[in-house]
Structure formats: structure tokens, C-alpha cells
Design a protein around this ligand. Structure first.
Ligand code: BTN
Length: 264
């Protein structure tokens, strides 16, 4: 059953210093990322938060669609205006880590993980994804939009998704209070943002420990071509590039546009 997001319950539970204090809620919207992208610089403040109960043109990575059932899940975006204009992939992964930690605590320990670069896996199925977009004004960086889609209360998926997608409710076996879940998640995202801003090395280590395949020999597609050799996944560096040990003992560094991991 679809339900409308209750902003007052959400705000009562929210315990952040700045994230989500300014909220734009819409019953229906094309896409929360597109909405925050289209605002002028003057309308943007750090931590501005946009949420909808129904996206009509939700976007995923690689120009895919992101479609979810109305009033069941969480589809939201956050605008950040960091002083540091680099390391965005690390910030995306820091948000992924906040989600994974929340799921591990809420559903059961070690049930969630990050599928690099930005999928959220729960009991071996996808439960969420992140779409990060930078907005420029001319050549000048203006804002970073981090959009998050999480399957929360959805009970059924189409035939093509059934085997590979799940929701928090399906895995926990009960209905989830979306407002409470989101408020707690934003508290965690704000905390991870602060670690990211301070360039805490512990953040990278924790992200790495939560990436599927970390420390293992995995298959790799480079520019869409499957490689014959396996590579050992060493984790991300401080810029978010993926470091892989090759069979010759050398370390190769890849950006997320270049490669896809093939893990079991
Ligand atoms: C992916 O797994 O491909 C990323 C999915 C990201 C979906 C979210 S939902 C909120 C925000 N608005 C969008 O249009 N996309 C992101």
C-alpha cells in the first residue's frame, strides 16, 4: 500500500547540524537529482535536501532509468557545496558506507555491502543505488548532487528484477517506517561527510572493508572488454580510484568510468 511521506515525523527524528534542515518535498517529481540540478546557485544551500514519493523520470547510472513503486521507497537527493572540489568518488562511497552501516545495524550484521562503484547490496541482491552529478556554472564548480534510491517497503519486483533486486522490508520481514529510517540515515551521512571533509584515513579503510571482493582476486572488464587474468582488489585510494594488483605484481589504478568488477 502506498503512503505519503510524513515530514513532521521525519523532522522530529532528524538530529543533524545542517543536513536536511532545508527540505523540498514533492508528492510527484520528474527526478530529485534533476530538480536540484536545475536550481540557480542562489537557491542552493549546503545540505539542501529534496525528496519525492514518486519519480516520473528517475535516472540511474549509465543513463539507465530508476523506477520504483510510488509511496513505498526512498528517492532523494542532497546538494553539497564543499570547499574541496575533488575526491567526489570518495564522498559517494562515504554515503554508500552510511547506508551499508545502517542496513547492517537494522537488518542484521554483515548482510549489506557496497558493490563498487555505487550499488548497495543486501543479502546478495541490489536494494539501492547512488547517482552523483557535479554542476558547473561555466567552468566553475558550483555544487555536487548526490541522489539516492533505496528500496524500502516494496514487496514485488518485475520478472526481470525479481532475482536481483530486494527491499529492506523483504529482508527484515516487516514493514519499515520510512521517516525514521531516513532521519537516522541522514544523521549518519552527515557524520560521514565530516570525516570526508577532514580527509580521515579511517574513512577510506572502512569503505574498503565494505566493498564486495576487497582483498580477493576478481574478474575485470576494462572498457567493456572482459580480461583473461584476474586482479586482486586492493581498494580505493584517497581520490576514489580503484587499485588492482595485476598478475605481474604491478598495481593498476582505474577510474569508475573505465572498469566493471566481475565478482561472484
Ligand atoms: C543506480 O543504481 O543506477 C543509481 C540509482 C540512483 C537513483 C536515485 S533516486 C533519487 C535520485 N534521483 C534520480 O533521478 N536518481 C537518483
Amino acid at each position: 500500500m502506498s503512503s505519503t511521506f510524513d515530514q513532521s515525523i521525519f523532522l522530529q527524528q532528524l538530529d543533524t547540524q545542517w543536513l536536511g534542515h532545508s527540505i523540498r518535498y514533492f508528492e510527484e517529481l520528474e527526478s530529485t537529482n534533476t530538480y536540484l540540478k536545475k536550481l540557480s546557485s542562489e537557491e542552493i544551500e549546503h545540505g539542501l535536501f529534496c525528496l519525492t514519493d514518486h519519480q516520473t523520470r528517475g535516472r540511474g547510472q549509465y543513463e539507465r532509468k530508476w523506477e520504483t513503486e510510488k509511496g513505498q521507497n526512498l528517492t532523494f537527493s542532497i546538494a553539497f557545496t564543499p570547499a574541496d572540489r575533488g575526491r567526489f568518488h570518495v564522498l559517494t562511497l562515504a554515503c554508500a558506507l552510511a547506508i551499508v552501516e545502517k542496513l547492517n545495524e537494522f537488518v542484521g550484521s554483515s548482510c549489506a555491502a557496497i558493490k563498487w562503484p555505487n550499488d548497495i547490496i543486501l543479502n546478495d541482491k541490489k536494494t539501492g543505488g547512488i547517482l552523483t552529478e557535479a554542476v558547473f556554472s561555466g567552468n566553475t564548480f558550483d555544487r555536487l548532487i548526490i541522489g539516492i534510491g533505496l528500496n524500502i517497503n516494496q514487496q514485488e519486483f518485475s520478472n526481470e528484477l525479481e532475482e536481483i533486486a530486494t527491499s529492506v522490508s523483504l529482508e527484515k520481514g516487516e514493514g519499515i517506517n520510512r521517516e525514521q529510517f531516513l532521519a537516522d540515515l541522514l544523521n549518519r551521512i552527515e557524520y560521514k561527510y565530516i570525516l570526508w571533509e577532514q580527509q580521515q584515513s579511517s574513512l577510506i579503510k572502512t569503505i574498503n572493508r565494505n566493498i564486495i571482493g576487497y582483498g580477493q582476486w576478481v574478474g575485470l572488464k576494462i572498457d567493456d572488454e572482459m580480461q583473461d587474468e584476474l586482479y586482486k582488489l586492493l581498494g580505493i585510494d584517497e581520490n576514489g580510484a580503484l587499485l588492482m594488483l595485476n598478475r605481474d605484481g604491478g598495481i593498476d589504478s582505474f577510474s569508475y568510468e573505465q572498469i566493471q568488477l566481475v565478482t561472484n
